[in-house]
Design a protein. Structure first.
Length: 95
């Protein structure tokens, strides 16, 4: 298993604009967490302009499926996204 970080670059006014889609987005994230794929997720604050989601999967396919099905992505709340492999070297998850 490998670690990956998914970054979302949000549109202006994300806090207000996400309201109609937030529960569906969180439900999708909770499903990924229940499968053990999504470890941590949330938005950076001051300003709320970036989302960061930490994954542990064999490859990026589950992350790509998440992005494709995410209501934030489908409804234009994410300007861009990127998936980066993460080499964890310190902490209990370090290899």
């Amino acid at each position: 298993m490998k670690y990956f970080v998914l970054f979302y670059d949000y549109v202006e006014g994300m806090v207000e604009r996400r309201v109609p889609f937030r529960e569906a987005h969180l439900a999708l994230a909770r499903e990924a967490a229940a499968r053990g794929e999504l470890l941590l997720g949330g938005a950076l604050s001051d300003p709320v302009d970036t989302g960061v989601l930490v994954w542990r999967t064999a490859d990026i396919a589950p992350i790509e499926r998440f992005v494709a099905g995410d209501p934030y992505m489908k409804n234009g709340l994410v300007r861009s996204h990127r998936i980066r492999p993460w080499n964890v070297v310190v902490g209990s998850a370090a290899s």
